[in-house]
Design a protein around this ligand. Structure first.
Ligand SMILES: *Cc1c(COP(=O)(O)O)cnc(C)c1O
Length: 367
């Protein structure tokens, strides 16, 4: 049997290897000039005056963005139940309560109508998740936020590479091993609000005031002030070096992901399943999800696995977890039983996708 077709993988080359060796030769592994250069290159890439602070994971990006907004004990943050548990844990890490809201079945994104229902006097922010890399119902979400004077902290872990349009508040990216670009592990907080950026830059270095500037000059603060709880969440030069090499390849990665997703959609037409309604012209697809009947989903998953194709399920709704229970999100539960994520990464080629789609056609012809 041929090799396993993996669900997701990092796409690394000689450039990343050379970058790591360069940092090792330079001998400054922690947070220094390389992180500064990566932040600058991310700002150039995002353009339009977006400012960037890099951290060690996407989860810490979310945590610090919330803390920078002054969110903590007694506050509530509304978040779609259909997300990686990282979004929920980042909210509860601040002491705030993650209030699970439902999703829109057509795109897997936060449902603005359910959001409006779940707003209370304790609600401080909304955390939409850019499911699959798509903006989903983001315009409506921002309208609800504006009306209720709430901050918006976007979990954009899936969405790096997509253009950022419209008025947006805070956007958090992940650069973990399987995201659209990787640093090994890493994340970033993006905003045009200078206060947020300044706060995140302090909070990532144990809340030592202005330590970032020192470290970018290869120095440390010996006499300093601390006024609140901070964390060791900064990015290291080693991780930034990998990220810089990856960022240079984003256009190739984007094209590859889009063309593979296009091939899936073309090949899987007219089968008893549906695709998510995403803005394919403007995204860099991070995962490729199909929706099948609840009766067939597990059977199809097993069939593909038995034939060397790894698949995933994004995600188990968080309100079904003991720590985050107490909310009703029926669409998220339905989605969880019907969704199946097919392999999508930059080391796949057309032949791999055709193997997957042929297997799916075979499955439905026998069903
Ligand atoms: C990956 C991911 C995160 C967390 O990012 P890490 O860098 O792994 O901490 C958060 N939310 C979603 C939706 C993700 O996919």
């Amino acid at each position: 049997m041929s090799d396993l077709i993996r669900l997701s993988r990092a796409c690394l080359g000689v450039e990343e290897k050379e970058a790591i060796l360069r940092i090792m030769d330079e001998g400054y592994l922690g947070m220094g000039n390389e992180v500064k250069a990566f932040e600058q290159e991310l700002e150039d890439f995002l353009a339009a005056r977006w400012k960037v602070a890099c951290v060690n994971t996407g989860t810490s990006a979310l945590h610090l963005a919330l803390q920078a907004c002054g969110i903590g004990t007694g506050d509530e943050v509304i978040v779609p139940s259909l997300t990686y548990v990282a979004s929920f844990q980042a909210i509860s890490a601040t002491g705030a309560i993650p209030v699970a809201c439902d999703i829109d079945l057509k795109n897997g994104s936060m449902d603005p109508i359910d959001v409006a229902k779940k707003i209370t006097s304790r609600t401080k922010a909304l955390m939409p998740v850019l499911y699959g890399g798509d903006k989903g119902n983001l315009n409506e979400i921002y309208a609800v936020a504006k009306k209720n004077k709430l901050r918006v902290i976007e979990d954009a872990a899936h969405a790096f590479g997509a253009s950022i349009d419209g008025e947006r508040d805070i956007i958090c990216f992940s650069f973990d091993g399987i995201k659209n670009i990787t640093c090994g592990e890493g994340g970033a907080v993006v905003s045009r609000d200078p206060n947020i950026l300044e706060r995140v830059k302090d909070l990532r270095l144990l809340a030592v005031r202005k330590d970032t500037e020192k470290r970018y000059q290869g120095q440390r603060s010996w006499d300093f002030e601390v006024e609140e709880q901070g964390w060791r969440y900064h990015m290291s030069n080693l991780n930034a070096a990998i990220g810089r090499a990856q960022l240079k390849k984003i256009d190739t990665f984007a094209q590859k992901r889009l063309s593979l997703a296009h091939l899936y959609r073309q090949e899987l037409q007219n089968l008893p399943m549906r695709f998510l309604d995403l803005d394919w012209a403007h995204i860099v697809p991070h995962i490729f999800v199909i929706i099948v009947s609840e009766e067939q989903r597990n059977e199809l998953k097993t069939f593909l696995e038995n034939n060397g194709v790894e698949t995933g399920i994004h995600y188990k709704p968080n309100h079904l977890l003991k720590k985050f229970k107490g909310f009703e999100c029926l669409n998220a539960e339905k989605f969880w039983t019907q969704a199946l994520t097919l392999p999508l990464h930059c080391l796949l080629d057309e032949k791999d996708v055709l193997k997957v789609t042929d297997l799916i056609k075979l499955f439905f012809s026998k069903a």
